[in-house]
Design a protein around this ligand. Sequence first.
Ligand code: ATP
Ligand code: MG
Length: 392
Amino acid sequence: MTRVLVLGSGQLGLMMAAAASRLGVQLDRLDPENWTLLRGTSPTPEPLPSDWRGEAYDHVTVEREHFPDRAVLQAFDSHPGFKLANTLHCLADRRRQKSFLDELGIATSEWLTVRDRADLAELQHRVGLGLVLKAATGGYDGRGQWRINDPQPEVPAEAVPGQLIAERVVAFEREVSLVGARNRRGDCVFYPLVENEHRHGMLVCTIAPGELAPGQQAEAEDMLRRIMDALDYVGVMAMECFEESGRLLVNELAPRVHNSGHWTQEGASIDQFEMHVRALANLPLTVPETTRNTAMLNLVGTAFDPAWLDLGKTRLHWYGKEVRPGRKLGHLNVYGATNHALLDNLEALMKRWDPMDPADIQRALDILKRDIGDARGETQHTRPEREQRISN
Ligand code: ATP
Ligand code: MG
């Protein structure tokens, strides 16, 4: 039996474990902060000896790219199944990630490393007043970011000069992302581009598949393939993009399964978690089929509500974490055979929605209504084939 170890003990590893068990692959999770092991989907941590190095595992993967305690990654450096050291070095720091994309000639928002206010003024001179500052390491869900729009810009007191980048604020039409997977031989497969909506830097909903301009899928696949090839990457990777004037700019890369790929659990023939395990375990990377139109809604800071289980064409994924404000606690995948059917199902959910901000569902509804309008040929992104019935 193939054995996979995940560094990290959050929901992404948990969903990988569930997928691995369907393939007869044993996938366990390491909680690096407490140095405990969670076997499969078990919630019960088992303490580990301090010199434990996961020797019994064939492959070591991650569910996040930031490990504040560097010793955790160093502990696995010499593990023959851990191939991610180079990728994490390159991507876990925004300065290196942006430089890497620049070297590949892949467009991102204009940026520079910020040491002092003169750097901010220089970038403003080039691109205009609106900048977003991002901590080079450790940020997620919009944390470690500051917006500035001031002609006399200051480096925020909480930021660390030199450990910070500034980017132009992109006036995007929409945000999209591409999830793909690559195996050891260099074969790649991709899911369709999806549209994402963020609020305060946190993903609130994904609509899949996204409504595309002609050629955009191929353009995005080419970009992500080049990125994965350059890193000789194995597994699932996500590429978040802005669409600005019809052009794709990469916002950031995640060398792991990604929140914007959660829709694949109900909307694709092979979900991203299984695809990641397949790539690692050297199992066939079959091209995934999109089987349903899906809206993924994140459940943020809200208590479990059994009413979610009472809705047709909606599946709940609850992570079993302690409820805290602003924390991702689960997600709902609402699906339909067509965008019209999905719209009806979302409207039904909206009527029963109590604990969360209905604006998040409203946003998903707006995107779908726009897409349905598009499919009727009312706007530029005409893709009539999207309204054809796809198998349910
Ligand atoms: P994640 O949780 O995806 O890891 P993160 O905290 O690492 O997020 P980003 O993805 O860089 O941060 O930014 C979060 C969101 O903030 C983006 O999805 C986008 O909505 C907005 N944002 C970030 N950078 C820019 C930019 N340069 N221009 C416009 N909006 C931006
Ligand atoms: Mg992001």
